[in-house]
Design a protein around this ligand. Structure first.
Ligand SMILES: Cc1cc2nc3c(=O)[nH]c(=O)nc-3n(C[C@H](O)[C@H](O)[C@H](O)COP(=O)(O)OP(=O)(O)OC[C@H]3O[C@@H](n4cnc5c(N)ncnc54)[C@H](O)[C@@H]3O)c2cc1C
Length: 463
């Protein structure tokens, strides 16, 4: 459903590729949305429970302030989700039963951006009405959601972020062509005006001890993400030119924002044959970035089988469709292969020590019912592939504790509690997921903190 800028134009820059809905397309989609008996999108699809039918009804009549009001009831950062959410809601759209779903994400983007351009989004400083000082460790979407909610409730909130800038993977993972970073800066300005304090370039556990943080704040929230990268333990892994996808993407994002002057030579795809190992969204972001850097060929290998083009019988509507997805980056050109296991990374004969290719094999999956059990190599399917930049995009296995002793093992209760005054939110608590889930979890943990604070305050009242 998304429409993009022409490929020839968009490959020359890192600006957003997706086009906004035109007024007539917006009206048409909002009319389709009203043609729905029992909506499932808000309750079954959206992790934030966005009031999609109401938001869309108000927008249809041009009541933008009212539509925005309903959107902000559940989602503090629609400008992020409106750009990068895979839109779980659209998977359960009633219209999607027979044709394209209503593009609720793009409507959300219209509502929030009109809110900004009409001057409806303003800072809203709060007096510190609660005797509650909260330290949030990590400035990704989960940490920002915790900070936003608790600040609005009257707590004193300080965010500690080890990177030079706030945003987590919004800033240093997702490419600018999906999310322009001015959007994060605009939100941070509002949050600072609201009274949230940000400390950038401060690693909790290293630059400041958790003992000191505990002294400063009654409550600490670990929102440090799930950043322990899944590695590939095969021969040749230590060759030059083999990198983790997130290191590669972050380097380009840093250049785009002016934080760095140029990408390190070994992290630049210019003139290179690139193979991305891992068929997910992070891998797809590498594909788009590699083309923009001037790669000569880009391939993406996934060990899992190719998903079906339409829903399988065990994946009926209104479940999220587990079907083949083609991103804007894939449309730009990419040799995609599924059911491929990489066995070895091989050196470049002209430059030993640097990767020159890989040896891989096609696999078939052993199944138990609908479950994939084990990849089995297909006899005689081994192949060699030239590559002088190999990017590992195979996901994450959990939080990377770094110097934070408290993060060695994060197992919160369902409401985010780790222990007295200690909470965890977002990917750190639940494993690698999505921006929308990080925001939703951050809001949930903020509510837990408020409930615990109130319960404690009540217990201290003389009876
Ligand atoms: C390349 C890429 C593309 C993605 N694309 C999408 C997408 O299109 N749509 C989508 O919904 N999701 C996407 N995701 C997933 C999404 O970005 C994450 O699920 C989300 O950012 C998790 O939010 P978080 O706040 O829990 O963690 P993070 O965003 O990981 O933020 C954690 C923050 O904690 C900081 N931190 C860690 N340790 C410390 C410490 N000791 N002291 C101080 N700070 C610390 C980190 O520096 C980081 O800023 C993508 C992920 C990647 C990697």
């Amino acid at each position: 459903m998304s429409e993009y800028r022409p490929i020839i134009e968009r490959l020359r820059d890192y600006r957003p590729v997706e086009l906004r809905l035109t007024d007539s397309a917006l009206q048409k989609e909002l009319t389709r949305c009203q043609d729905c008996g029992i909506p499932f999108c808000h309750a079954l699809g959206c992790p934030l429970y966005n009031l999609i039918p109401e938001i869309n009804l108000e927008a249809k009549s041009g009541r933008w302030a009212s539509s925005l009001g309903r959107l902000l009831v559940t989602n503090p950062f629609p400008e992020f989700t409106g750009r990068v959410c895979p839109a779980l809601c659209e998977g359960s759209c009633v219209q999607g039963l027979h044709e394209n779903p209503v593009p609720a994400r793009l409507v959300e983007l219209e509502v929030i951006e009109r809110g900004f351009s009409l001057g409806l989004i303003k800072s809203s400083p709060r007096s510190q009405s609660l005797d509650l000082a909260v330290g949030v460790i990590g400035g990704g979407p989960a940490g920002l959601a915790v900070a936003h909610r608790l600040n609005r409730a009257g707590a004193k909130v300080t965010v500690y972020e080890k990177d030079a800038q706030i945003g987590g993977f919004l800033r240093y993972g997702i490419p600018d062509f999906k999310l322009e970073k001015e959007v994060i800066d605009r939100r941070l300005e509002l949050m600072m005006a609201d009274g949230v304090t940000f400390h950038r370039g401060v690693e909790a556990g290293l630059d400041i001890s958790t003992r000191l943080l505990r002294k400063r704040h009654q409550v600490l929230v670990l929102a440090i993400g799930a950043r322990r990268k899944r590695d590939l333990a095969i021969p040749g892994r230590d060759l030059l030119g083999v990198h983790f996808a997130t290191d590669y993407l972050a380097a380009q994002n840093r250049v785009n924002s002016g934080e760095e002057a140029a990408t390190p030579a070994d992290l630049n795809a210019f003139g290179r044959k690139v193979v991305v190992i891992g068929g997910g969204d992070t891998g797809s972001d590498c594909v788009g970035t590699a083309w923009r850097q001037g790669a000569v060929e880009v391939s993406q290998y996934e060990i899992l089988p190719k998903p079906p083009a339409t829903r399988a019988p065990d994946n009926p509507w209104p479940q999220w469709p587990r079907t083949l997805r083609t991103s804007s980056s894939h449309e730009e050109g990419c040799l995609r292969r599924w059911g491929v296991n990489t066995l070895e990374l091989t050196p470049d004969p002209l430059s030993p020590g640097h990767v020159g290719g890989l040896r891989a094999v096609e696999v078939e999956w052993e199944m138990e019912g609908a479950r994939l059990i084990k990849p089995v190599p297909k006899q005689g399917s081994e192949f060699l592939k030239e590559a002088d930049l190999v990017l590992l995009a195979m996901g994450f296995t959990g939080p990377e504790p770094g110097s934070l002793r408290e993060a060695q093992s994060i197992k919160p209760d369902p409401l985010g509690r780790l222990g007295p005054g200690l909470y965890a939110a977002g990917d750190a608590a639940n494993g690698p997921s999505l921006v929308v889930r990080a925001i939703s979890d951050g809001l949930k943990v903020a509510e837990t903190i408020l409930a615990d604070y109130q319960a404690q305050a009540a217990s201290l009242q003389p009876s």
